[in-house]
Design a protein around this ligand. Structure first.
Ligand code: LHQ
Length: 256
């Protein structure tokens, strides 16, 4: 249900249950967690690209599973399946691109939104489908939405559960970029490949700083930047970047 392939130092993770719009079964959610762990530990992986097979990115939790009387109650679903996916993506010391090929609904939308850079095909869309079935936006949705699009848009999107077309999502700052359906596969692959050739440790430290910016005071953030910058300045990639600049040549970063 999940494909995994490493190419050009990018780990491509493809949600692969296209006949059910890549809706997450328990097995799939746990498998995604372990693939993300692999991405964190494999030295050769310097960027991650998360996408879906077929016409959806993901329709979120498989709803046929939650009506199973033998299945888990609500008290376990988020803590066991989705919350660990979100924290893994945020704590992964490498950039994660959500390459949203089609509709992203429910937890599927919010897994996309927590990625570092979210890009989408023009025909893709985002649906906070939760209110339609009597739930609340989970998997970090209530945290990200007001930060990404502001309070009013966030409230409207969360309460109404409207379908937001990719171009609209881009205009309101929910996602980074939209590509035509034709350009999308190559453009999103190239974006991940570009990130994989960049100074990986500096990107990880940038990600760390952004994570803290949401809750830090300015003073605390300035201290954190100071500390992280000293770490960045000790990397080989920093020495390479400065040397390449001074010698007017292209840098060759190794992620070290
Ligand atoms: C599905 C699903 C799906 C099963 C499409 N499940 N089969 C947290 C805590 C606890 C419990 C619940 O969950 C959560 C987290 C969540 O994610 S809650 C939100 C769950 N997701 C939704 O409510 C979205 C449900 N899906 C849809 O609204 C539509 O399917 C979308 C808008 C995604 C796509 O619509 P269409 O393009 O019209 O496709 P479709 O509806 O015809 O779907 C194709 C097939 O996929 C169909 O199966 P079938 O056997 O009839 O061909 C759907 O039943 C199945 N499918 N989503 N979540």
């Amino acid at each position: 249900s999940i494909l995994f392939e490493i190419r050009d130092q990018v780990a491509f993770i493809t949600l692969n249950r296209p006949e059910k719009m890549n809706a997450f079964t328990r097995e799939m959610a746990l498998l995604l967690q372990s693939r993300l762990d692999e991405c964190a530990s494999l030295h050769e992986v310097r960027a991650v690209c998360l996408t879906g097979a077929g016409r959806a990115f993901s329709a979120g939790q498989d709803l046929s599973e939650v009506v199973d009387p033998e299945g888990p109650g609500m008290e376990k679903i988020l803590s066991e399946r989705y919350n660990p996916i979100i924290t893994r993506i945020r704590n992964l010391p490498k950039p994660v691109v959500a390459s949203v090929n089609g509709v992203a609904a429910g937890a599927g939308a919010n897994i996309a939104l927590c990625c570092d850079i979210v890009v989408a095909a023009r025909s893709a869309s985002f649906i906070q489908a939760f209110s339609k079935i009597g739930l609340i936006p989970d998997s970090g949705g209530t945290w990200w939405l007001p930060r990404l699009v502001g309070w009013q848009k966030a409230a409207g999107i969360a309460l109404l559960g409207d379908k937001i077309a990719a171009e609209n999502a881009e205009k309101m700052g929910m996602i980074y970029a939209v590509y035509s359906d034709q350009d999308f596969p190559e453009a999103s692959r190239a974006l991940a490949a570009t990130l994989a050739q960049m100074p990986t440790r500096a990107l990880a430290l940038t990600k760390h700083a952004l994570n803290y910016s949401a809750t830090n005071t300015l003073e605390a953030q300035l201290l954190l930047e100071d500390e992280l910058q000293q770490q960045a300045a000790q990397t080989k990639d920093y020495a390479e970047g400065v040397d390449a600049f001074l010698n007017k040549r292209a840098p060759r970063f190794k992620g070290e």
